[in-house]
Structure formats: C-alpha cells, structure tokens
Design a binder for this molecule. Structure first.
Ligand code: HAM
Length: 423
C-alpha cells in the first residue's frame, strides 16, 4: 500500500493496546490517590502559547513544532503539556483561590524530531502539575509521585537526578559566569553550542557531544552561584526526598530543554531505554504565568513518556498478556435457527455477556466450529433444524470438550447463569 502513517507516528491496536490501557489505568489510580484530577486541553493551540513561554531558543520552539497555517492564524500541535496547561489555568481562573491545585493530563504530544527507538514525532505523555504551592515539599511530592509510578510497575533500574537552576536573579549571574568561561573555548564547541552561547549558555552543559561534554566538565557549576533563598529551597527539597525515601543524586548538568524552569529541575533516566534514556522529568516553573502576562504564581510538575515506560516494562517483562475472548459462539444452521440465535445474542449482549454470531448464514457446521475455536470462545451453541424440532439446543464446552442439551425456551436464563457463574 502506498499511503502509510506519518513517520514517527504509530498505530496502536490489539494486545499492545490492551497493555497500554492496563498501564494507563494504573497510573491514573496513582494520580487519584495523590489527589490529582484530570484536565484535557486541545491538541491545537495558538503559536503564542509556546513561542514566548517555553522559550524561543529551545529546540522545541525553534525547530520541532508542527504548524497548522490558516488564512488568518498560525496554530501548532501541542509539543508539550505545561504551557497548554498554564493557558487553560489562566483562561478558566483555576488558580483564583490561591489554594494548591493538583492536575494531571494524559495527552499526545507532537515534536518534529528525528525518530529513533523511544523518540517519536507523536508520543504520549502523562503530566502532573501542582499550582499555588511554593514549598520544597511540593517539589518533593512531584518526584515522589513519579517515583511511585515506576516502582508500582516493579521498575527499579533508574536514577533520579536533581538540580537547582536558580531563580531569575542568581541564574543571570551564573549565565554571565558561564559565558566568561566558554568565551575562550568557543571554537572548540559544536556548531549548535556556538549558537546557544549567546542566548542560552546553560544549555551547553546539556550537550550530548563528547567534545562539548569534556569542556563542560570543567565549567563553573550553578551550585556556586545560587542565592541564599534558592540554596535553602534546594537543601529543604533534598531533605524532603530523603524523608520520602526516594533515592536521588545531584547532577548540576541537569538544565532541562525548556526555558521556564526555576529552582528545582529533575530527570529520571534509565539504562533500560538505550540512547533516549529520559523516562520522565520536570521541575518548578514559578515564572511561567508571568510569561503569559499574568501575575506570577508558583507551580511545579513533571512529564512522563508513555512510550518510554512501555519500553522499560517490555525490557523487564512486566507487561501482562491479556486474552479477550467471547463467552459464547453461536452456530445457527438454517434461517429459522439464525433468527432465534440472533435475537438471543442481542439479549445477552445487552446484559453484558459477550457472544458472537456469524452473520454469514451459508456456512456449514464444520466452519462454524472452527470459528468458535479461532475466537477462543468458552462455549459454542449449536442450533439446527433437528434441534429446533425437538426444542433442544446443544451447548459445547470448548475447553473441556463436553456438551449438554438445553431447552430452547430456557436458553437465555441458562446462558446468563453460566456466564455469570464465578470462575
Ligand atoms: P520533557 O522533558 O520535554 O518535559 O518531556 C517529558 C518526557 O516526555 C521525557 O522525559 C520523555 O520521557 C518523553 N518524551 C519527550 N520527547 C519525546 C519523544 N520525542 N518521543 C517519546 N517520548 C518523549 C516536558 O515536556 C515538560 N512539559 C514536563 C513538565 C511538566 N515540566 C513541568 N511540568
């Protein structure tokens, strides 16, 4: 076939989709028990939602957004959830009470990246956002929820890396210090980092190139530039994590790929994933609402990549195999039997019992029984002219191979009784 799906965007169906649904449900339950309620935002947003907020110099805004251009407007397909979330919070005054508010979302995101294992152009993210709480406990809560999600699936092979990227004040001073450090080494940096130098020097620390990493190793660290408030917030955040029994390590090179972070930044990485090793990440973004032109209020959150979690779960063989099969397969032989079993199948379906019936009335018994086996039905029900005459249908237990006669008049009651019998 010539027409195929867009590269980096996948179809999901069958047993894989059942496994996704199982994982999604478990994560939603964890969110509920931590008091997070769901929010859904549209896939298409005005470009301004991301351009001045996530940061014009970030990869996401600079080169990864899918644009939808109409005569009057340019829209983009949501590349990440936090800016959309903030747009919705401000639009609906969800922060008006000034009280902490907990939200989660589960939505597809779109980024025009080079597809590879664990890196898609349409991927799915669970996100959690906690607004109106500036405490280090709030930061620790988010890390704890993310940690709880992975642990609940039996995944332990990951590292929790934390850092503080400071506030507007101390970060300004740090950027200057960094620029000073990188100036004499500019020619040795990769082309991308040379571009980053002017406006987002901190992101050089995040470059994956070995040569840039070597240089970055000796760069001054943000830790040395944090103001006293940021320092104490970070210390308290760490002690909250210790109290919550979440193991973590400090990594001053975690700067995150989005511009809105202040103070706490964190990333969960796992060797189960390969090159794209970030399972999830997030941080505090107290200044984001101001980037929308609104009053500043505190917020902290994370994003978890569903595809990456599924890779980790597959690697660890933690995904259950689901088998969905009908309770009954009806095999009518002849027009009259078909009419009876067709209405009966509707009655049962309406009462929550899965039964299948072939609409092809020309098929012989052998074919029908083969079908019953193929769909893995627990029972098949045979009704032909002979059975109709005697008023008795034949119910075959497909697993045990046994069969019994059931009066046609009491089929509904008998089949319901068997379907609802405890296994
Ligand atoms: P992010 O680090 O860009 O953060 O994405 C979060 C997670 O989404 C990553 O750790 C990764 O698991 C997954 N992810 C990112 N890009 C891809 C991709 N192309 N294919 C598959 N998975 C991917 C954010 O998006 C922030 N909005 C998180 C946040 C929420 N910060 C505060 N609140």
């Amino acid at each position: 076939m010539e027409i195929r799906s867009v590269r980096g965007m996948n179809d999901l169906f069958g047993s894989e989709l059942h496994q996704w649904a199982y994982v999604e449900n478990q994560i939603k339950k964890i969110f509920e028990s931590f008091g997070y309620s769901e929010i859904r935002t549209p896939a298409l947003e005005k470009i301004e939602v991301f351009s001045g907020t996530v940061g014009n110099e970030t990869d996401i805004v600079e080169k990864q957004m899918y644009q939808v251009v109409t005569e009057s407007e340019t829209y983009v397909l949501r590349p990440e959830g936090t800016a959309s979330f903030m747009r919705a919070v401000l639009e609906h005054n969800l922060n008006a009470t000034g009280q902490p508010g907990r939200f989660f979302y589960y939505l597809p995101m779109f980024r025009h990246e080079r597809p590879q294992k664990g890196r898609l152009r349409q991927f799915h993210q669970f996100g959690a956002e906690l607004i109106n709480d500036s405490s280090p406990e709030a930061d620790a809560e988010l890390v704890t929820v993310l940690d709880q999600i992975y642990k609940s699936f039996g995944i332990t092979e990951y590292r929790v890396r934390i850092n503080s990227v400071g506030c507007n004040q101390c970060r300004g001073a740090y950027k200057e210090t960094l620029k000073h450090f990188f100036t004499p080494k500019l020619q040795e940096l990769c082309e991308q980092c040379q571009k980053r130098f002017e406006r987002s020097a901190m992101r050089i620390l995040d470059c994956k190139r070995e040569s840039c990493r070597e240089i970055a190793k000796t760069a001054p660290l943000i830790t040395s530039c944090l103001c006293s408030e940021c320092k104490s917030h970070h210390e308290n955040f760490k002690s909250c994590l210790t109290k919550a029994q979440v193991s973590f390590e400090e990594d001053p090179y975690i700067v995150r790929g989005l511009d809105y972070y202040t103070r706490t930044a964190f990333e969960f990485t796992s060797e189960l994933l390969g090159a794209q090793d970030a399972l999830g990440g997030g941080g505090r973004y107290d200044g984001l609402s101001a980037r929308f032109g609104a009053a500043a209020f505190p917020a902290v959150g994370f994003g978890l990549g569903m595809e990456r979690l599924m890779i980790a779960l597959q690697e660890k063989q933690k995904l259950p195999q689901f088998s969905y099969a009908p309770t009954y397969f009806f095999a009518p032989l002849g027009e009259k039997s078909f009419e009876i079993l067709y209405s009966l199948s509707l009655q049962l379906k309406r009462q929550g019992v899965w039964c299948e019936i072939s609409y092809d009335k020309t098929k012989a018994l052998k074919w029908l029984l083969k079908q019953a086996n193929r769909v893995n039905a627990s029972y098949s029900l045979l009704l032909g002219d002979e059975e109709l005459k005697s008023g008795i249908a034949i119910l075959k237990n497909m697993k045990q191979g046994s069969q019994e006669n059931i009066p046609v008049d009491s089929l509904e009651t008998e089949l319901l009784r068997r379907a609802h019998r405890a296994p």
